[in-house]
Design a protein around this ligand. Structure first.
Ligand code: ZN
Length: 360
């Protein structure tokens, strides 16, 4: 932006000067309409996406807020609560509604406050209470599917399709003890991968996992962020907080990350700069339990592990050891499951190794 256009923009936004407004009139944003709710330029509006009832008879709703800037620009979707027991993203979303001023915004922010309302209200981890499906494994969803699949379908059509950029905001689920990190998907189109890397740096979490195994088929995108990426839109998944806590540190970290993204996309002047010293994590593995029983974590998030380090023990319901799960390589623990229930095949922890070279 030139110095002159910057001056014009400042005048229009802050002073409402008629002369400058006419000079910049061509840049005035049109109203933004979502699910029948209209946000005029420089204002916000809240509403609900309706998820209709299907054969199972249950529908639900998805509360959202549109913060619509005075000038056209990126449409940034910030989605919280895909997993309903992940509270810092949901609480940060409420604060962002109050702290992002549409009068000084370029472009549009769409806050999805609680994507998975059935999971939130029923306090479930991983799985929807009605269909037992993980919402973040059923994208792009199905209009005639189960409740989780119908939620995914609405999010794909109403949020992903309307956005130019998307951040899917997570934390450790109610049973997961986690150190903050983000996932950078490297399997998309080259320019989308590059732009998504910049988003990750702008969000500012210093540990970034290279996600090399996401599907490229938009009809089988599985994950929310990958649904955006397979549709040509830069996207990111971030993790801050966990273990059903509502700590300020994890909420603040999300607010700071969004501020960094808004600055990076030119949507708001000022804000924190990108992460200068990221730790790139290449090889990574979710370690899983081979048994149903009780889980005893033996490491903490952020802990460095060697090949063979004991990560967790699984016992039967009487306390007999069934399995010892060990790290397959040297790396760092990003999360461990830290409550006793464990089902065969479920994650017990996530370890990742520092990347020696960035090939993307
Ligand atoms: Zn999650």
């Amino acid at each position: 932006m030139s110095a002159r256009s910057q001056a014009v923009a400042t005048c229009v936004f802050l002073l409402g000067c008629g002369a400058c407004a006419s000079a910049a009139g061509a840049q005035q944003a049109a109203p933004f309409v979502l699910s029948g709710i209209t946000a005029a330029p420089g204002s916000s509006a809240s509403g609900e996406l309706r998820v209709p009832a299907g054969p199972d008879g249950e529908g639900t709703f998805i509360p959202f807020t549109v913060l619509h800037g005075t000038r056209p620009g990126p449409v940034l979707a910030l989605v919280s609560g895909v997993h309903g027991a992940e509270y810092p993203p949901i609480l940060a979303s409420q604060r962002l509604r109050a702290s992002i001023d549409p009068r000084t915004l370029t472009g549009t922010v769409v806050l999805v406050h609680v994507a998975n309302m059935p999971s939130f209200l029923k306090r479930t981890i991983y799985y929807g209470p009605t269909d037992g499906k993980n919402l973040n494994r059923v994208f792009p969803g199905r209009r005639d599917g189960t409740l989780s699949e119908r939620i995914a379908d609405v999010l794909t059509r109403e949020i992903v399709d309307r956005a130019t950029h998307l951040v899917d905001i997570h934390c450790g689920d109610g049973n997961e003890w986690l150190r903050p990190y983000s996932y950078w998907v490297v399997t998309g189109p080259r320019e989308v991968v590059a732009a998504s890397k910049d988003l990750a740096l702008a969000f500012g979490l210093d540990h970034i996992v290279l996600d090399t195994e996401r599907p490229k088929d938009p009809a089988a995108s599985i994950y929310l962020a990958n649904t955006a990426i397979t549709r040509g839109k830069p996207a990111l998944t971030v993790e801050s907080g966990g273990w059903a806590r509502t700590d300020e540190e994890s909420i603040d970290r999300i607010e700071r990350g969004v501020a960094g993204v808004l600055r990076h996309l030119g949507m708001r002047p000022g804000g924190p700069g990108p992460e200068a010293h990221p730790v790139w994590l290449g090889r990574n593995e979710v370690l899983r339990s081979g048994f149903t029983g009780l889980l005893y974590p033996m490491v903490e998030p952020g802990q460095t592990v060697a090949p063979g380090t004991l990560v967790a023990r699984v016992t039967d319901f009487r306390g007999m050891v069934l399995e010892e799960i060990r790290s397959p390589f040297a790396g760092e623990v990003l999360y461990v499951v830290a409550t006793p229930p464990i089902n065969k095949g479920e994650p017990v922890g996530f370890v990742a190794e520092r990347a020696t070279a960035l090939l993307y």
